[in-house]
Ligand binder design. Structure first.
Ligand code: SAM
Ligand code: SF4
Length: 266
């Protein structure tokens, strides 16, 4: 469906949880985070209903994200259900890959097409510092398992502070070249300050080309990452929430004070 600025809205990103097994410094505070109540989090049945309605409105691409999507119990069965929805021709997932070694094959078998994996450095100590305790060896094992499972392409999301020539980014670039992975450099953003820019090697952050809607773990359709507009699927029903979100998609993002990356999914 076209929005008022003639952009074809065909991409839905679904955050399935606000929980995460890491605490990346740019995404989540170390402690004191207020998490959604379990009853506020959409069930898989509700998510599948939203996707079914979204397909009728022209959605063709779905990405499952989080928080960390692999910590949501049963996420493989959700992927399987979405993969069976006719009209979805691109089904991907964004993960920190900590649990990927175990999940790669079941996800591929469930019908997942491809993966984005977050990796901001190849230095084990820097990785532990950025993620507040993550073990990079698990990520590497997860990447190998995903390649073995035939998930392709695997894209690495690398958050940079200033430029893609800084040492951590150069290390990631080299690793990706050797491992046959694509890499996208994402400038560290501040939703509340409206600090965003185009993703190097990717398609985010370019308002005139934006084709996305987002579904938060608690059932809000957001037409723009950098806006406080949101439409509640439980209150409005999926059809009206999706239609109103498309019709009110801002021409360009400004800022968002009511969401964070860990609950909206990036
Ligand atoms: N936990 C999963 C992961 O890290 O891949 C999925 C959710 S995470 C919120 C999705 C993406 O958002 C990740 O690639 C992460 O690097 C990115 N992200 C989080 N906070 C960010 C920030 N402040 N600026 C730019 N990207 C950010
Ligand atoms: Fe968790 Fe992903 Fe946020 Fe890191 S970027 S804290 S892995 S949700």
């Amino acid at each position: 469906m076209l929005d008022p600025f003639k952009r074809d809205i065909n991409y839905l990103r679904i955050s399935v949880t606000d929980r995460c097994n890491l605490r990346c410094t740019y995404c989540m505070p170390e402690t004191g985070i207020s998490l959604l109540k379990h009853e506020d989090i959409l069930s898989f049945e509700e998510i599948i209903e939203v996707v079914n309605v979204a397909v009728q409105s022209g959605i063709r691409k779905v990405r499952v994200t989080g928080g960390e999507p692999l910590v949501r119990k049963g996420v493989t069965s959700l992927i399987e259900s979405i993969a069976h929805i006719e009209g979805i021709n691109d089904l991907s997932l964004t993960t920190n890959a900590v649990l990927l070694e175990e999940f790669a094959k079941p996800l591929a078998d469930a019908g997942l097409h491809r993966l984005n994996i977050s990796l901001d450095t190849c230095d084990p100590d820097r990785y532990a510092a950025i993620t507040r305790g993550g073990d990079i060896r698990k990520v590497v094992r997860g990447i190998v398992a995903a390649q073995k499972a035939g998930l392709h392409p695997i894209k690495i999301n690398c958050v940079i502070n200033q430029t893609s020539d800084e040492p951590d980014a150069l290390g990631v670039k080299e690793f990706c070249k050797n491992a046959g992975l694509e890499v996208r450099f994402i400038h560290r953003m501040r939703l509340d300050k409206g600090e965003f820019s185009v993703v190097e090697g990717g398609s985010g952050g370019d308002c005139p080309q934006c084709n996305r809607l987002r579904l938060t773990a608690d059932g809000k359709i957001k037409p723009c990452l950098f806006s406080d507009l949101e439409f509640d699927v439980r209150r409005l029903g999926p059809f009206h929430a999706i239609t109103q979100a498309i019709q009110s998609k801002p021409e360009c993002g400004t800022f968002s004070r009511n969401n964070q990356f860990h609950n909206i999914g990036g």
